[in-house]
Design a binder for this molecule. Structure first.
Ligand code: FA5
Ligand code: MG
Length: 577
């Protein structure tokens, strides 16, 4: 329910916070941000998938020792050896994540239910569908053209997650209602793009790959339904083309000649991709400089055309591979007759907005009677490449939700299943093999409603603006944390602390998650009205409880529900009815 508008509405609103006439504006990098970025980000957390730690990579233990230096409380946190647990001592609170101690402050909003999931590292479990899907994606973007990375430490600076990617200071994604803050300077990354500048810097080295993929778990305080979970996995990809300065004999090339050489390489690379059987709807207009989905001022339209074609064809090749594999799995399991004339896959490109790419698009597939958003992508803002000293380069980037692909690949109906520790789920999958998930049983759901009054002030505006929450699943969502949704009301400060008087739906979600964990299948607003004389607003949420592994007892559900009501009652912004 964070996702209130579709990509189209966002595009209409994009003018409000980025000047399309200045697509190459410099990103705000004050000295503190810059020095932290150049010291920390390029070497922390992004590891080549080969696991061969290169000499430039700081080993986590060195990092943790360094990060506690001069701070006795941090040293105490490390000694305790209780990772991913909030530790309080005297007036101090802290947590150790990925061997690094962090002090918490008044901005922190980490919850135990989220911290518990940090060490699962599903992307490294060879027989887990997340890892199998990661490998499949990497096979479409293989070495040596692409370096395949895994970013294991989920804590990134707010600079890396937002500032360096051009997020405006008042972007709603920075709000504590949307993002998990470790402290005022660090967040659990909300998207794998947080590693984009670091990965670009790694491409500076002569002879390095011209593209990359990065796999990361990402965190968003989000709605609760079958296709949204507060922790999910993203894969990020990028490909760059360098403008050659010299010819084969080392003689300088004219601007004209170097432009043509790069263009010819791009053409050749596009041809090398071959064709796909995916027939995607693509109503993309010409690459203009107007403010709808503009190309960048410094990019020649022919280069943009070639990059966009290469980007889209690469991703269509991925979709083609995924759906062929899923179809094959259905045939092998006897669910699909190979001679049957199965429906062709329906795929479409939709214009989108991200602060770090322009033009931008999303790719949607028609799945279970609605359009499901698989990924966002676009042409990298030149300012980001300039920050990484890659001003001779141009290129594209994309970011996709691994669960979204894996659900299609393995026919997994509920995103919570990925976190199941039930052997009946886990034993169904095998590294390198796409198989169709066979539900072991469907246990009954139990619905319970909770109704409350909220403060009628503007800060407590309706959580439903125009679409019901089910639309989030259908669109795949334009998460504010990733720059998609410019239409949410902006935070009053950055980052916004939850004001006692302001109601935010994501806080309801967080309480439900904290109390019921993955036993909460879906939470949706079913009723809202304003009291005719008192002017107070009433909201009623329906919580659906269902275990994927057993039948819940009545007492258990009553107890969970009572605890949720109690926690909501403690939240200053609501009054239970
Ligand atoms: C992003 O996160 C951008 N960083 C993507 C990007 C990268 C754009 C590089 C341009 C260049 P978005 O918020 O739309 O964008 O998320 C990307 C994908 O993650 C979505 O298309 C969807 O497949 C998946 N996703 C988003 N939210 C969730 C969620 N709560 N649960 C599962 N998957 C999600
Ligand atoms: Mg999106």
């Amino acid at each position: 329910m964070r996702l209130l508008f579709t990509g189209r509405a966002v595009r209409a609103a994009r003018k409000s916070f980025i000047s399309p006439t200045k697509p190459n504006r410099r990103i705000n990098t004050n000295a503190a941000v810059e020095s932290e970025f150049s010291r920390d980000v390029p070497i922390r957390g992004v590891e080549p998938d080969t696991r061969s730690i290169r000499p430039t990579d700081i080993h986590p233990t060195e990092q943790s020792a360094a990060s506690s230096q001069g701070d006795p409380f941090k040293a105490f946190l490390l000694e305790k050896q209780e990772p991913n647990t909030i530790i309080n001592r005297d007036a101090n609170s802290g947590v150790v994540i990925s061997s690094t101690p962090y002090r918490l402050d008044s901005t922190s909003n980490l919850s135990p239910s989220i911290l518990k999931l940090l060490d699962r590292r599903l992307y490294l479990e060879p027989n887990h569908p997340i890892s199998i899907t990661r490998k499949l994606i990497e096979s479409v973007f293989p070495q040596p053209v692409y370096q395949n990375y895994i970013a294991t430490n989920p804590v990134v600076s707010t600079a890396a997650n937002f500032d360096l990617l051009g997020f405006p200071a008042d972007h709603p994604g920075r709000s504590t209602t949307d993002t998990y803050y470790v402290n005022k300077d660090r967040v659990l990354r909300t998207h794998s793009s947080a590693h984009q500048p670091a990965a670009f810097q790694k491409m500076l080295k002569p002879g390095s790959a011209s593209g990359y993929t990065i796999c990361a778990d990402v965190f968003r305080r989000d709605s609760i339904d079958r296709s949204h979970f507060p922790v999910f996995h993203q894969m990020e990809g990028a490909r760059l083309w360098r403008k050659p300065r010299k010819d084969e004999r080392g003689l300088p090339l004219s601007t004209y000649e170097s432009f043509h050489r790069r263009r010819d390489t791009m053409k050749k690379n596009l041809e090398e991709l071959g064709t796909t059987t995916v027939d995607a709807e693509d109503p993309a207009p010409a690459f203009t400089l107007d403010n709808r989905n503009p190309r960048q001022l410094s990019h020649h339209h022919e280069e943009v055309r070639l990059m966009a074609a290469h980007l889209k064809r690469s991703l269509e090749t991925l979709v083609d591979k995924v759906f062929s594999a899923a179809k094959q799995a259905s045939i092998s399991s006897g669910h699909l007759d190979p001679s049957a004339n199965s429906e062709p896959l329906k795929v479409r490109w939709v214009e989108a907005y991200f602060p770090f790419t322009t033009p931008s698009w999303e790719l949607e597939v028609y799945w279970q009677d609605s359009w499901l958003e698989l990924l966002g992508c676009g042409i990298v803002q030149q300012s980001i490449l300039e920050q990484a000293d890659l001003s001779d380069h141009i290129g594209w980037a994309w970011g996709l939700g691994i669960e979204r692909l894996a659900m299609l690949l393995f026919n997994i109906p509920d995103i919570r299943l990925f976190w199941s520790e039930d052997r009946r789920f886990l034993d169904q999958f095998q590294a390198g093999k796409i198989s169709r998930y066979e539900p072991f049983s469907k246990y009954p759901a139990c619905y319970k409603d909770v109704a409350f009054w909220i403060d009628p002030s503007p800060a407590a505006a309706s959580p439903i603006l125009s679409e019901p929450s089910s639309s989030a699943a259908a669109t795949g969502g334009l998460a504010a944390s990733a720059g998609g949704d410019s239409t949410k009301s902006p935070p009053s400060s950055s980052p916004t602390k939850l004001h006692k008087s302001a109601f935010h739906e994501n806080d309801v979600m967080e309480i439900v998650r904290d109390v019921a964990g993955s036993l909460a299948e879906d939470v949706r607003l079913v009723d809202e009205f304003v009291h005719p004389t008192q002017g107070r607003k009433s909201l009623c949420y329906r919580i659906s409880y269902r275990s994927l592994e057993r039948t819940l007892t009545n007492e258990e559900v009553n107890d969970l529900h009572a605890r949720i009501c109690e926690r909501l009652g403690e939240m200053g912004a609501v009054e239970l009815r």
